[in-house]
Design a protein around this ligand. Structure first.
Ligand SMILES: Nc1ncnc2c1ncn2[C@@H]1O[C@H](COP(=O)(O)OP(=O)(O)O)[C@@H](O)[C@H]1O
Ligand SMILES: O=C(O)[C@@H](COP(=O)(O)O)OP(=O)(O)O
Length: 305
């Protein structure tokens, strides 16, 4: 059996070489799963042939990189980047926002998967916890959807102001307290996480958190209203009981107002805006933006492997 020796926070550990574990990291670097498994088997065979019984994780990574360079240079680059992200001491916190229906949960899931991040939370869940803590009388707007929050404003806004946006801002402002708590906890615990939903709005989450190098925010949009409507049709087909189409169509105008607000806030705070037409392109641009930060070896603070 070949043993692999790694190191976490100065402590050494050993585990058996696993083709499955190696294959998964290659799949994240966009290698075809079948090819990844074959490739991992070849690496194992190579090590056995060389009589290796124990290999340091860093050395294993170099063996993999060397062979990848010869066989698949594109995967080699992706694998290198992915390893650099994994080696970084700071956890990655990825925030994906956008108005209802633009695709935040679908994209968050894919991004987490690609980067090997095991934690993901929707801001709807954070809101749900907050609803159990604060009464409807105290925080009425969070008992509504983000786009209907205006209906429960305690003091109706003056007619010259957009009541949908006043309600939306109040709703988001409150839930942002919970979002900040999750970010803070992830940072102190060193846990990478993807947080997604309508409550990720530029300008609402504390600057000292979003300005960190390891916190990345993205806003998804759908310029074409018909395409946006189409997403509700497809979602409602999948989850009819929980997400009746009628509700989203009745409030579509309000949802589009929040959509515009997301765009203007993103521009104001220089947050990347990604038009979520093609799922692959959206994921690629998010991954590319994040990996840019890890493009240089200087960002590697620890050799955890
Ligand atoms: N890039 C995309 N192309 C096609 N359909 C998409 C894309 N992104 C999301 N969808 C679909 O659109 C619907 C809404 O996406 P969802 O992730 O639930 O949105 P949100 O969480 O922002 O409300 C779902 O049916 C989802 O499968
Ligand atoms: O508040 C809101 O805008 C939506 C967000 O959810 P998504 O549509 O983004 O999943 O929550 P709802 O009240 O409809 O459960």
């Amino acid at each position: 059996m070949i043993m692999v020796e790694g190191e976490v926070s100065g402590k050494k550990y050993r585990e058996p070489f696993s083709k499955g574990v190696l294959a998964r990291s290659l799949t994240r670097a966009e290698m075809d799963p079948n090819k990844a498994y074959t490739f991992s088997s070849q690496i194992e065979a190579q090590l056995k042939k060389e009589g290796v019984k124990l290999i340091k994780l860093d050395d294993l990574v170099n063996v993999v990189r060397q062979r990848l360079k010869e066989e698949d240079s594109e995967v080699a680059v992706q694998y290198g980047l992915w390893k650099r992200i994994r080696k970084c001491q700071d956890p990655l916190v990825i925030l994906i926002g956008g108005s209802s229906g633009v695709g935040t949960s679908s994209i968050a899931f894919e991004v987490a998967n690609r980067l090997g991040i095991r934690n993901m939370i929707s801001t709807d869940m954070i809101r749900e916890v907050m609803r159990k803590i604060a009464s409807k009388e105290l925080l009425p707007t969070i008992y509504e959807s983000s786009y209907t929050a205006y209906r429960s404003l305690r003091i109706p806004p003056p007619p010259e102001l957009d009541e949908v946006l006043i309600g939306f801002r109040d709703h988001v402002d409150t839930v942002s307290v919970g979002v900040e708590a999750v970010i803070e906890r992830s940072i102190t615990e060193g846990i990478s996480i993807v947080i997604e939903g309508v409550h990720i709005v530029p300008g609402f989450i504390r600057e000292d958190l979003v300005s960190r190098d390891n916190v990345h925010m993205f806003i998804l949009t759908l310029e074409d209203e018909e395409v946006h409507k189409g997403r509700f049709y497809s979602r409602c087909r999948q989850q009819w009981a929980r997400r009746p189409l009628e509700r989203y169509m009745n409030y579509f105008g309000a949802i589009r107002r929040t959509h515009k607000y997301f765009e203007s806030q993103a521009n104001k705070y220089h947050i990347p805006v990604i038009e979520n037409i093609d799922i692959t392109t959206t994921i690629e641009s998010i991954i590319e933006d994040i990996t840019k930060t890890y493009g240089s070896e200087d960002h590697v603070k620890e050799t955890e492997g």
